[in-house]
Design a protein around this ligand. Structure first.
Ligand code: UD1
Length: 425
């Protein structure tokens, strides 16, 4: 299993190019099976989850060709409507093929995603919405089975805003007969990106990005090109990398207008930034102050930036309270940060960080994608060497992270099991 080794303490300086958003690319790729024409998707990040989605679409019978950051997909013919356990267990977002398969092919069998390191993560709202659209949904031997001759438009209310749930229902409704209204929909920029792609293909969608989305079903969708939006979570992670090392970092090709809550919180913590349309210049020369943060659905503070901010707050002066309201057990990184000398107490869904700790490098274990990012950031700031185990989590969602950090001056390398040192480029 790969390990990442970091020697901390160097202020990061320089420019970094932000990749396409994993969480926009995944639903966009899944949605290609809603129609037969060729789809050319650019700015697709080369991360393991995207590769997994490509494999899944291939198993379903679509023709998938990835080259650099471009994906060409043609789903004129589908040979299977089953998403197998082996793939779904490695990536929960596989459930995104449920809505498209059902809407276009009248049936779908998708392995039920299990729990994961950050909580139980049910898909009940995806299923309830599809049932409201007339699908016959059942559970058999760990698989979700859904059938419908043609879905019909419906009024759907989500008890809680769900990102992939909203995406699944929006995709399914695009081919349903009649009009669907999704109320209390999630409002993330990735949902807007998916809606824009579907509309280019002939879908009729109104209100994506607000909490009421109206979809008028059409008979079929055609192929189209699309350029995926920049990854706001990757961008945020590099901002924290600059801040935690007291460096000066410029992010290129990002979308600051998708990052309001994070930018405001970083400023409150004393981080200076100059923001342009597609660029952010960060200068973290001054002292960091402890702040309170509460994760919420968009436009609130993203839960996917929580672990990184806990790491940052260990370096800030004073006490910070970070409240996680989206996922129930998303503090697995805290134990590991404590092993590096951080002073953090977890009380229910709150982490209380007493800052200004001088972190010391240590061997630590990554538990999920964003927790891994939090550990990398702590390692960049720590004195001495940090060794991160189970680093494959990082590869699921960060494109060439070690290479990008080395470009900013970090001392970081990837080691394969059984080798002394093997830098990955
Ligand atoms: C997506 C993101 C993930 C991010 C999360 C929250 C993708 C591929 N993943 O995950 O990176 O951390 O949004 O921003 O885009 N819930 C239910 N029933 C459901 C569905 C969700 O109760 O049927 C609950 C969840 O347990 C959670 C909350 O709703 O408490 C939000 O989850 P959701 O938005 O669905 O997360 P994902 O779409 O899985």
């Amino acid at each position: 299993m790969d390990r990442t080794i970091i020697t901390g303490g160097t202020p990061l300086r320089g420019e970094v190019q932000i990749s396409g958003a994993k969480n926009a690319a995944l639903p966009i790729l899944a949605s290609t099976i809603l129609g037969g024409g060729e789809c050319v998707i650019t700015n697709v990040p080369r991360v393991v989850d995207v590769v997994t989605m490509g494999k899944l679409l291939g198993i379903l019978g679509a023709k998938v060709h990835y080259e650099d950051n471009r994906a060409v997909i043609n789903a004129a013919v589908i040979t299977s409507t089953q998403a197998p356990y082996d793939l779904v267990k490695t990536m929960r977002a596989s459930v995104l093929v449920l809505g498209p398969l059902l809407a276009r092919w009248g049936e779908a069998t998708v392995s039920m995603p299990g729990g994961c390191a950050i909580g139980s993560r049910p898909v009940n709202l995806h299923l309830a919405g599809l049932a409201k659209m007339g699908a016959d949904v059942s559970m058999e031997h760990g698989y979700i089975r859904a059938k419908a001759k043609r879905l019909t438009g419906a009024q759907i209310y989500c008890d809680t805003p769900t990102v992939t749930g909203t995406e699944n229902l929006m995709m399914a409704a695009s081919l349903a007969q009649g009009t669907t209204v999704i109320e209390n929909a999630a409002k993330e920029p990735e949902i807007v990106d998916l809606a824009n792609f579907l509309m280019k293909r002939g879908a009729r969608i109104d209100g994506a990005g607000s909490d009421v989305i109206t979809i008028e079903g059409v008979r079929e969708l055609h192929g189209s090109d699309h350029d995926v939006i920049p990854d706001r979570i990757e961008a945020g992670t590099y901002l924290v990398a600059g801040a935690i090392t007291r460096g000066a970092v410029t992010l290129n090709r990002c979308r600051p207008n998708h990052m309001d809550a994070l930018l405001m919180k970083l400023r409150e913590a004393g981080v200076e930034m100059q923001v342009d349309k597609e660029q952010i210049h960060l200068n973290a020369a001054s002292r960091l102050k402890g702040i309170d943060i509460r994760t919420l659905p968009y436009p609130g503070f993203p839960t996917d930036m929580q672990a990184q901010m806990v790491a940052l707050m260990t370096a800030a002066e004073g006490t910070s309270v970070i409240t996680e309201t989206v996922f129930e057990s998303r503090f697995m990184h805290v134990e590991e940060l404590r092993r590096m000398g951080a002073d953090i107490k977890v009380e229910g869904n709150r982490a209380v960080v007493t800052g200004a700790s001088r972190l010391a490098g240590a061997p630590v274990m990554a538990s999920d994608l964003r927790a891994s990012a939090g550990l990398v950031l702590a390692g960049l700031a720590a004195e001495g060497t940090t060794e991160i185990l189970r680093v494959y989590h990082l590869d699921r969602g960060y494109e060439r992270m070690e290479e990008k950090l080395r470009g900013l001056g970090a001392t970081i390398s990837r080691h394969k099991e059984g080798t002394a040192s093997a830098e990955i480029h």
